[in-house]
Write a protein that binds this ligand. Structure first.
Ligand SMILES: *Cc1c(COP(=O)(O)O)cnc(C)c1O
Length: 382
């Protein structure tokens, strides 16, 4: 069997043609494909606005900048995520405070967040960054209520959850990143994510002020609206009003992303089918502590299983060319974060989860034969 990774991209002939068309056009970057992709993405997610950027980490950085994180500002996030969810706070001079996960959902535990907020004077914490980890949607209705009580903003890290949704207390459906509750939401188009652009990212929001701010920050802080300039020296004139970055997406990437977006729903359906097959095969196994299972609204970027004897299983599967992966090493245990005083024992639920978790292969082009092979190998191991 050839190598079966935990995730991979799916590139169609149409995707290739779209990219080639850009290469033959006048615009490799700053052309029409960016706005087309942004519009299509906002439409898919259900947000008012979308700002395309160079990657998901840039999306987090610009979000943190747009929300004015300053030196010493405290922001709460989960340790079970890619490090970038926390790093964006440090880029702006803020302080990251981790709160433990709920062992049932693996998501940031709102009770732990409330404990933190309650134990400090109001204004100590400026924001919360919940993550739709593995594709499981965060209950943002509850987080919004809590955030409002303490005047906090919310950045939803929805990198794992395009197409995911949750149902609120009134029975209304909210797509991940649609801007109903979070101030800003961010996505990544790295090839292991649902939609691949090579590299790429997106920020979605319903907030018009933040939207314009993000557009300026993406391009060096140059004011994109000519009417809002302070000066005018002539037709050549542009005006840098604040310190921004070059975090633009190229038209080549945007064309690929836009083309991929057309298959987002079918890809999601396939991910849900794969999840249901794992669920069925592992539901009665004593060597399993817990598996993700079938959850409405879950976008299944990852299918996480907590296995007994995970370390040996990982090695065995590698030898059989099944490249299942561990998501994630808790961020607070990274040497860089330990420098701030974080240590083993600080996040008991996250650390316990990390001991056993394994992400099994899940992606739209995974064949039945390949999935059966993965399951079979796990059966043989135990
Ligand atoms: C992938 C990812 C990011 C960063 O995205 P890049 O495009 O790789 O910079 C941030 N947060 C989470 C949860 C991710 O999975």
């Amino acid at each position: 069997m050839k190598i079966i990774p935990y995730g991979r991209q799916y590139i169609s002939e149409e995707d290739i043609n779209e990219v080639v068309n850009v290469l033959k056009s006048d615009w490799l970057t700053q052309g029409p494909k960016i706005a087309e992709f942004e519009k299509a993405f906002a439409n898919y997610i259900g947000s008012k606005y979308a700002v395309a950027v160079s990657n998901g980490t840039a999306a987090l950085h610009l979000s943190a900048l747009a929300l004015n994180i300053n030196s010493g500002d405290k922001v709460i996030t989960t340790p079970i995520t890619f490090a970038a969810s926390a790093n964006c706070v440090l880029y702006c001079g803020g302080e990251v405070v981790f709160a433990d996960i709920d062992p049932e959902t693996y998501l940031l535990d709102i009770k732990k967040v409330r404990e933190l907020l309650d134990s400090s004077p109001k204004g100590t914490y400026k924001g919360i960054i919940p993550v739709d980890f593995a594709g499981r949607p965060v209950n943002l209705e509850a987080f919004r209520k809590l955030a409002d009580e303490f005047d906090c903003w919310i950045i939803e890290d929805a990198c794992h959850a395009p197409g995911g949704y949750f149902i609120d207390s009134k029975g209304i459906r909210h797509n991940c990143g649609n801007g109903d509750f979070a101030d800003l939401a961010i996505f990544s188009f790295h090839p292991v994510k649902h939609i691949a652009a090579g590299e790429g990212g997106m920020i979605t929001t319903n907030n018009e002020i933040l939207y314009h701010k993000l557009r300026n920050l993406r391009t060096h802080g140059i004011q994109q609206n000519p009417e809002l300039r302070q000066f005018n020296h002539g037709l050549w004139y542009y005006e840098m009003q604040e310190l921004g970055f070059n975090y633009r997406l190229t038209d080549i990437q945007a064309a690929l992303g836009k083309s991929q977006l057309k298959r987002a729903n079918s890809g999601l359906e396939k991910r849900r089918e794969i999840a249901a097959i794992y669920d069925k095969n592992f539901s009665d196994k004593s060597y399993i502590i817990k598996q993700t299972g079938v959850i409405p609204g879950h976008a299944y970027h990852l299918y996480v299983v907590e296995f007994k004897n995970r370390k040996s299983l990982y090695k065995y599967l590698r030898e059989k060319n099944v490249f299942a992966q561990v998501h994630y090493i808790p961020t607070h245990l990274m040497p860089y974060y330990r420098k701030f005083g974080w240590k083993e024992g600080d996040m008991p639920n996250a650390e316990k989860y990390y001991k056993h978790c394994l992400s099994l292969p899940i992606y739209p082009t995974l064949t039945d034969e390949e999935q059966n092979y993965v399951i079979e190998k796990i059966f043989v191991f135990y």
